[in-house]
Design a protein around this ligand. Structure first.
Ligand SMILES: Nc1nc2c(ncn2[C@@H]2O[C@H](COP(=O)(O)OP(=O)(O)OP(=O)(O)O)[C@@H](O)[C@H]2O)c(=O)[nH]1
Length: 312
């Protein structure tokens, strides 16, 4: 037999106190409001949460207006919550569900809110339940981050690169800023692997990645590992002169790591650099990749350990 208020004969006495005890035992923070938004009931979890977040102990919520609080809050999700509840009140929607951030100054937190009408009552009442979903959200964020990064080096992977380049391209168009793409391929890395083994090679790839990260400090920059010994750098608001200077510095910094490839060669880097102004060029971001690729080919052809720059 299902456990619900209409079947209180499964161990509950059926009186109001037992039902309140049941509501107070729930982890969900529950509030019941009427059609005007006036609060008629809050459970223990609700009161506790409010106290933990600065409300005075024993604050009486009854009579306060839930919808007005949502309307008056600055965050977009509070307005979204109020709109959803009003849709339920007007019968346009049966249930409303919302996941939203609710970060404190010291902790990241997310909550899920569900709202629906209370059935079987003469007076129109609506129940709203909030539950902390931080653990699940943090896990989701971790999975999302793993799917966007290279596990060996921690750099962005190709998927994140594609998203980032697309966004930077559009931002550069809007803000009339230049954009640079650098493609980097290590020189003699196969010999290094053959000579010192894959584990040592892995450690060297991590060292190279640290160098590349150190050149990407602004939010408009991204260092990425395409795979193997191939990397890419997206540099927002960077024209050809700064790009050329930076590419030279990157070559030097990687040569300075002093990674031996074999008895006669070192691991160095070749860079293909392509800079453009996305707002005026007739090209696409895919064209920019092709130009950087062709520049990289010429850097390799020119004897490695250097960069080749093209403006497009
Ligand atoms: N240690 C390690 N090696 C890798 C990894 N991925 C690819 N490689 C190796 O990286 C090497 C890249 O090959 P190439 O770029 O053709 O070799 P290279 O000696 O750098 O050639 P040039 O670019 O012409 O100088 C290959 O030996 C791959 O096996 C990895 O994750 N770890």
């Amino acid at each position: 037999m299902p456990l619900c208020a209409s079947t209180p004969d499964v161990g509950l006495s059926g009186d109001a106190a037992s039902l309140l005890a049941l509501l107070d035992s729930l982890e969900e923070q529950i509030v019941v409001i009427d059609k005007a938004g006036t609060i008629h009931f809050t459970n223990l979890a609700w009161n506790r949460f409010a106290e933990e977040n600065g409300m005075p102990a024993g604050h009486n919520w009854l009579g306060s207006n839930y919808l007005k609080v949502c309307d008056g809050a600055g965050e977009a999700h509070s307005k979204e919550a109020a709109e959803g509840i009003r849709r339920i009140m007007s019968g346009r929607q049966e249930r409303f569900y919302l996941e939203y951030p609710c970060h404190s100054p010291t902790t990241q937190r997310w909550f899920m809110m569900r709202a629906c009408a209370v059935s079987g009552r003469e007076q129109a009442l609506f129940i709203i339940a909030h539950i902390n979903i931080t653990e699940r959200k943090l896990l989701e964020l971790k999975v999302a981050s793993l799917s966007m990064h290279d596990p060996l080096t921690g750099l962005a992977n190709r998927r994140l690169f594609d998203n980032f380049l697309h966004n930077e391209w559009r931002r550069s168009q809007r803000e009339h800023m230049p954009l640079t793409l650098m493609l980097l391929d290590l020189d003699n890395f196969k010999a290094c692997n053959d000579c010192y083994g894959h584990l040592a090679g892995d450690a060297y790839l991590q060292l190279v990645s640290k160098v590349l990260k150190s050149f990407c400090k602004r939010p408009t920059d991204l260092a990425c590992r395409f795979g193997g010994d191939e990397f890419a750098l997206v540099l927002g608001n960077t024209g050809i002169d700064s790009a050329r200077r930076m590419a030279g510095e990157i070559c030097l910094a990687i040569a300075d790591l002093g990674i031996a490839a074999d008895d006669c060669h070192r691991v160095t880097a070749s860079l293909g650099v392509a800079s453009c102004s996305p707002d005026t060029t007739g090209m696409s971001e895919t064209d920019l990749c092709a130009v950087a690729d062709s520049a990289l080919y010429q850097a390799k052809d020119g004897g490695k350990n250097g960069c080749y720059c093209l403006v497009c």
